[in-house]
Design a protein. Structure first.
Length: 162
């Protein structure tokens, strides 16, 4: 059996990750096409994102990526991590998401994500718990552009004793 096929069948449960575990994604460059496609998908055609002439007259002198686009890119990059792939079948849902945009993201910026397990909370339901992941988007200048905490409800491998 190939390693990829073996990984696809491995499941990560609530008990598996430990607080402090860190994972780093590959990089991805934000393009003008990304911004145009996101504006069309979301309906957010704010001039700060879509009008180069307008954006030249702003504080940043250029168009910015939508904050929600950066969050979406973050999510997509993280789903490619082996730990998240192995968690797919055990995730029951997203319970909470908190975001802090620290800096703008521009066309041409290349982002990677650092995912860290920052907390684990058992549930009152014996078959699940919540894992809190801090996901930090970092650009090519090693600047944090977005920091977010994702609370995922995930199955337990063995039901907790109540």
């Amino acid at each position: 059996m190939s390693l990829l096929r073996e990984i696809e069948h491995y499941e990560v449960f609530f008990e598996t990750p430990e607080i402090g575990d860190k994972f780093v994604t590959a990089g991805r460059t934000v393009t003008e096409a990304d911004i145009v496609a996101f504006a069309g998908l979301s309906g957010d055609f704010n001039s700060l994102h879509t009008d180069a002439e307008y954006a030249q007259g702003t504080l940043h002198k250029q168009r910015l990526a939508h904050g929600m686009l950066v969050l979406s890119i973050m999510s997509g990059l993280c789903t490619r991590l082996p730990v998240m792939k192995c968690m797919e079948r055990t995730i029951l849902g997203l319970a909470n998401l908190e975001c802090r945009w620290k800096r703008p993201t521009f066309i041409g910026d290349t982002l990677h994500i650092v995912l860290e397990i920052i907390d684990k909370k058992p549930s009152h339901k014996p078959d699940r718990g919540t894992i809190v992941m801090r996901r930090t988007a970092v650009n090519q200048r090693d600047e944090t552009v977005l920091e977010s905490d994702w609370s995922l409800v995930i199955r337990r491998q063995n039901k907790a004793q109540t």
